[in-house]
Design a protein around this ligand. Structure first.
Ligand code: DGJ
Length: 733
């Protein structure tokens, strides 16, 4: 008999989701109110003593029709708040009804406990390998007047410190309603004083770690750009003020969705912290006729009692093991050369062949043909939407070039930007209405390109059919799926006026539908996501793309903060990182070749430069890096990851990966600025076996695991800025 993961105490009306690591407790309180009791470290048995204290509080009113002034939904920690009821917190849901009101009063109706985890149709979601791996609690709350049912869905995995939440709204009434907001989850904490950690950024400056104390007020971290965005990654952690990488409580929330999102944190008048996560309600209005349902995307909720590293490891593991599906997710990722920064649009088959030849000579495993191979694209002003080969550049066809690349023993990858249309394209000539626009208004260009209205099946089919003609050749091993602008001119021409508030979400559903068709039809394709770098780096995309280009900024020093932030949530194998030229094309910084290699090896290594133009010594360095990376990549891509030092806070960045059996360890350190009188610094390793002896593969020096962890090693003292070091230790006993 496997152990139950969810129990219901009928007498006290308390649900307890628990595994060996965490407990999540909720209770049905007065007036059928679903109350939050606890989320945190595992509690063996809950006896029901911890009840909501009854206090008469001014300006926090009471249950309708009740004379009890000591019970208020405004001060009770809840699982789901709605507009109009006596709860002044930012509501998780707002639903406009036929009479114009938006009041909902949700009360407990019933519950179900199921083995495993339900799939979310049309949405990316975490999954189970077999039903024994998780249990799901579905608590239904009902609004008596409208007969709207809110199913709060909670999954607990047997072996992870993770709760997965989403909400399904069912209209069991007789009238159409409009959902103006529906969060995927809410949680209310009592007696916690939190810092928030978020990952804001910009194009070529993604996912900086930003930590702030949460004071009274409403704090919003969101995107309404139509995608998860460079500007605010769909992630939030709430941590104790003294939580660091290794100690303290950390609650991490990651949204499994690639469109508009909103994380709301409200510290209220009673110092309670109320949190909602869901689709952004900006320009959201979903018409829900009687008998219909609406399923929200999921949120992954991680609890760590040992700081941020443990939180990140839990995210890495669930995203890799239970969100990704690609067959590549467990294979070492190929080393790539990509021609974007090597040639930009200025290439043809003859110019690319020497790069392929050189790549072969240096041990590189895949050639990726980036933007500019289709239509008549010589710059970024034309041809998006025309996915036919540009004959001027490939007079003998794309297959001919693919054969050449394969003939050299390399895999062949190809760039697409399937969501876009250029005015200067055949597609626009034939189907101007495919371009997302508001009738009677001129749409705004961005990079001189426009959005295809992916909410429309006809549009998706057109793009799929074009891609199919290329991919059916069987000569493409990988695609890079790019997206180089955000949404504007939000309108879907085949939807009536009262459904235009659905367009943002329908776009994302359309995108997922198109991706699903590609994944389903071409299971052997390795798909790399991209959106002007890391503009759509989220857990939703991980369901379709097993790797994502982290940033258009390829400078090794800028990448330290970008990759550090990325690692808070996303596994190393999901992040691609390339060595490019120096001075760097984005910021002009000059860095040593070795440093660029070490930083790029943090994720899936590639080269983004013209290999034929490298000096002899740099070519030798590439060959050495490639050979070295082949030895360590199983550990760096899939090992347990630790952040040790953050360059955003000091002069050094250090990170480490350890193989599951603790026999192999890769440590990387970068000292950012040099000093004429440097202080000595040491790096202490973590996560090793204290009973093992580890040999440094370069110096052959042997250390005990405890020595490396307790004494650490001295960081080298060398002249020069931006110096990087990598150590590869192997256990010898
Ligand atoms: C943005 C990507 O991030 C780059 O790597 C490159 O593919 C360009 N788009 C091509 O237009």
């Amino acid at each position: 008999m496997t152990k139950e993961l969810i129990t219901f105490d009928k007498k006290n009306k308390i649900f307890h989701l628990h595994n060996d690591q965490i407990s999540y407790l909720l209770a049905v309180e007065d007036g059928g109110t679903l109350c939050h009791l606890y989320f945190g470290k595992k509690v063996n048995n809950y006896h029901g003593e911890l009840r909501y204290p009854r206090v008469d509080r001014g300006f926090s009113g009471n249950l309708p029709g009740s004379l009890d002034r000591t019970f208020s939904r405004d001060s009770l920690p809840k699982e789901y708040s709605t507009a109009g009821e006596m709860d002044y917190h930012t509501p998780a849901a707002v639903v406009r009804q036929k009479d114009g009101s938006n009041t909902l009063f949700l009360t407990y109706k019933d519950y179900k406990i199921e083995d495993g985890k339900p799939d979310l149709e049309g949405l990316p979601h975490s999954w189970v390998e077999n039903k024994d791996g998780a249990e799901t609690l579905i608590v239904t709350l009902e609004d008596q007047k409208t007969k709207l049912n809110f199913e709060l869905i909670y999954t607990i995995y047997r072996d992870r410190p993770v709760i997965v939440r989403s909400v399904k709204v069912k209209n069991a009434g007789n009238e159409t309603v409009n959902i103006e907001k529906v969060a995927s989850m809410q949680i209310d904490f009592v007696d916690r004083d939190f810092d928030s950690i978020t990952l804001p950024g910009a194009h070529a400056h993604e996912r900086r770690v930003d930590r702030n104390h949460i004071n009274q007020g409403i704090h919003v971290f969101a995107s309404h750009r139509g995608t998860s965005s460079h500007q605010m990654n769909p992630f939030l952690a709430l941590v104790d003020p003294d939580t660091n990488e290794f100690n303290g409580d950390a609650y991490g929330l990651a949204f499994v969705y690639s469109g508009n999102h909103k994380f709301e944190v409200e510290k209220d008048q009673f110092a309670q912290t109320h949190v909602n996560v869901g689709i952004n309600d900006f320009n959201f209005n979903w018409k829900l006729p009687a008998g219909n349902e609406f399923q929200t995307p999921e949120v992954l909720m991680v609890y760590s009692d040992q700081g941020l590293n443990k939180m990140s490891q839990a995210f890495h593991s669930i995203i890799h093991d239970r969100i990704m599906r690609s067959k590549y997710k467990d294979q070492v990722r190929p080393i790539v050369v990509n021609n974007w920064e090597a040639t930009y649009f200025d290439f043809d088959e003859e110019k690319l062949k020497p790069i392929v030849d050189k790549a072969k000579e240096l041990g590189i495993e895949m050639f990726v043909l980036d933007d500019g191979w289709f239509g008549h694209r010589d710059d970024d002003n034309s041809s998006l939407g025309d996915w036919q080969v540009y004959e001027k550049k490939f007079p003998q066809g794309l297959d001919h070039f693919a054969d050449y690349v394969h003939g050299q023993g390399l895999k062949f990858g190809l760039w697409f930007e399937p969501e876009m249309i250029s005015i200067d394209s055949n597609l626009y000539q034939k189907h101007p209405d495919y371009l997302m626009h508001v009738p009677g208004r001129k749409p705004s260009p961005s990079r001189n390109q426009y959005l295809l209205d992916l909410g429309r099946k006809e549009v998706r089919d057109n793009i799929f059919n074009q891609m199919e003609k290329i991919l059916d050749s069987g000569k493409i091993d990988y695609i890079k799926w790019d997206m180089n602008r955000h949404l504007s001119d939000i309108y879907q021409v085949d939807l009536p006026a009262d459904q235009q508030g659905e367009v943002y979400h329908r776009y994302v559903l359309g995108l997922y539908d198109l991706l699903e068709k590609i994944v389903d039809r071409y299971p052997d394709l390795l798909i790399e996501g991209c959106s002007g770098g890391g503009g759509r780096f989220d857990a939703g995309m991980a369901y379709y793309n097993s790797q994502i280009w982290a940033s258009d900024d390829s400078d090794a020093i800028d990448r330290l903060t970008i990759q550090y932030g990325t690692s808070l949530v996303y596994p190393q194998s999901m992040m691609t990182s390339h060595v490019s030229v120096s001075p760097n094309e984005q910021n002009g910084r000059i860095t040593p070749f070795k440093t660029r290699g070490i930083v790029a090896m943090w994720g899936d290594l590639g080269y983004e430069l013209d290999l034929t133009k490298l000096s002899e010594s740099d070519q030798k360095a590439v060959a050495e890096q490639v050979a070295e990376y082949k030895k360590i990549r199983a550990v760096t891509q899939y090992g347990t990851f630790y952040r040790l030092k953050n360059a955003q806070e000091g002069n050094q960045c250090a990170w480490e990966t350890v193989s599951p059996d603790k026999n192999e360890v890769v440590l990387s350190t970068v000292k950012v600025m040099a000093s004429a009188q440097p202080y000595f610094t040491k790096t202490k390793l973590v996560g090793l076996d204290t009973n093992k002896q580890y040999e440094d593969q370069a110096s052959h020096q042997v250390y005990g695991g405890d020595e490396l962890m307790n004494l650490g090693i001295y960081d080298p003292v060398e002249h020069g800025d931006f110096m990087a070091y990598r150590y590869y230790f192997k256990a010898i006993n």
